[in-house]
Design a protein around this ligand. Sequence first.
Ligand code: SF4
Ligand code: F3S
Length: 78
Amino acid sequence: AYVITEPCIDVKDGDCTAACPVDCIYEGGRTFYIHPEECINCGLCLSICPVDAIVWDHEIPESQRHFIAVNKEFFDSD
Ligand code: SF4
Ligand code: F3S
């Protein structure tokens, strides 16, 4: 699944939510989150984000890896 990482924090542009065909991008606190099971990996949100915060979890840089867990935990605690 795709994951929203650090650059989104406090930017929250929000255009990615309009691009997502399955509405799996949710707002929460200082950032947005992609639901890891609802995301269909279409990639449409990727180029929309002005700060390039959205990354494919298989290509996530080491420094941003913990955002995979951060995204997952956001939905687990619902
Ligand atoms: Fe939505 Fe597609 Fe982005 Fe997944 S990759 S969050 S389905 S727009
Ligand atoms: Fe955040 Fe980029 Fe979406 S800043 S809300 S991931 S368009």
